[in-house]
Design a protein around this ligand. Structure first.
Ligand code: SAH
Length: 350
């Protein structure tokens, strides 16, 4: 099936599709969706995520988990859950990096929540040697209900958002449609009614302003927060995103580490948006858990001891490894690289 033809036919038959549907088709269509592809992440893929850049990332997330476990009173039967684990690299580094922490590994079952069947297989191969009790789920609804530590890196940026644009008569939904030549183009659909809360929140937005709303993110964060509220636990969520609205579209496509036209070669490039951390934190707080003040990835990793970990690894490294270690560590925390664009949201039972 040619994805472009498929989507064009769909639009001809049923009319324009909204941005969320467009993203869902692009990323998750079972025939051509981007996440069905063989190797999206890593140096050979289209984009590199923090765990693929350096083992230190997963190790420090592990330190965070162990610290949270101790703050929870070191329970002996909690679940450690990663949502959207990609190649499974973070979990592998986390498990290896926390082996020496007394009683920690004996106290949890690992549960992986992964929407892509193919990536589930990759994770299974990768992780089976690291922990005897790992289970996989398609979504969070089947997780055992007990106290929990959640980890999610670059999950929320991959979820489909709706975009709304303000025009003279109010807010209308942004769509993908066909122009006179039958090519994809962005357009505006019908005017939409907003909740009072949203209308108030964005009352000062100018004409042309765009806001992005992610129902899938709301469902996942609310589910995570509800479980933490009921059974105790914590969550760490890392992603690139904002805590102030820019009122611009943040939709972007990446192919071979370069920006790619969003509307060209459907399914061949990764499509993401920046994560709206304001809405994530609000949705979590609505369930009654505490969202800690948002911090940058740089500050989070420094607090977790990235400098000390770096020094330790440098002592054992060859010249070549030292260079690699220095540049990858810089990439994670340099404010001009991933350090400040990436943010960390921590939820805790209060
Ligand atoms: N965390 C990994 C991969 C990030 S890419 C890393 O940092 O390298 C996004 C991941 O989320 C992929 O594994 C994708 O298949 C998964 N994913 C996307 N939507 C999901 C959903 N609704 N539920 C669970 N996993 C999802």
């Amino acid at each position: 099936m040619n994805p472009d033809e498929y989507l064009k036919n769909k639009i001809k038959k049923h009319g324009a599709i909204n941005i969320a549907e467009f993203i869902a088709e692009t990323l998750f269509n079972p025939e051509f969706g981007y996440y069905q592809k063989s190797q999206p992440f890593g140096k050979k893929g289209d984009f590199v995520t923090a765990p693929e850049i350096s083992q230190i990332f997963g190790e420090l997330i592990g330190i965070w988990c162990a610290d949270s476990w101790q703050r929870m009173g070191s329970p002996s039967n909690f679940i450690l859950v990663e949502i959207g684990a990609g190649n499974g690299t973070l979990m592998q580094d986390l498990l290896r990096g926390t082996k020496h922490i007394s009683g920690f590994h004996e106290s949890f079952e690992v549960h992986m929540v992964e929407a892509s069947y193919r990536l589930q297989q990759v994770q299974k191969e990768r992780l089976s040697a690291y922990h005897p009790k790992i289970k996989w789920h398609e979504d969070i609804s089947t997780l055992p209900q007990r106290n929990v530590i959640f980890v999610a890196n670059e999950l929320f940026d991959a979820l489909p958002v709706h975009q709304y644009q303000k025009n003279a008569s109010g807010w209308a939904e942004r769509v993908v449609m066909l122009d006179g030549n039958g090519n994809f183009t962005f357009g505006l659909g019908a005017k939409v009614p907003f909740s009072d809360e949203l209308t108030r929140q964005h009352a000062d937005a100018k004409e042309g302003a765009i806001i992005e709303i992610c129902p899938a993110a709301n469902t996942i964060i609310s589910g995570m927060a509800t479980q933490i509220k009921q059974y105790g636990g914590a969550a760490v969520i890392i992603d690139y995103g904002y805590y102030e609205y820019s009122y611009k579209s943040s939709l972007q496509a990446l192919k071979n580490h370069k920006y790619h036209n969003i509307l060209a070669d459907i399914g061949s490039a990764d499509i993401t948006t920046l994560v709206d951390f304001v809405s994530l934190a609000k949705a979590a707080e609505k369930t009654g858990v505490a969202a800690e003040k948002l911090i940058t990835q740089r500050d989070f990793l420094i607090n977790m001891g990235i400098a000390q970990r770096y020094e330790m690894l440098m002592k054992k490294a060859s010249n070549e490894q030292q260079q690699e270690l220095t540049s990858s560590t810089d990439r994670l925390i340099n404010p001009d690289k991933m350090g400040s664009l990436f943010k960390v949201l921590v939820l805790r039972h209060n």
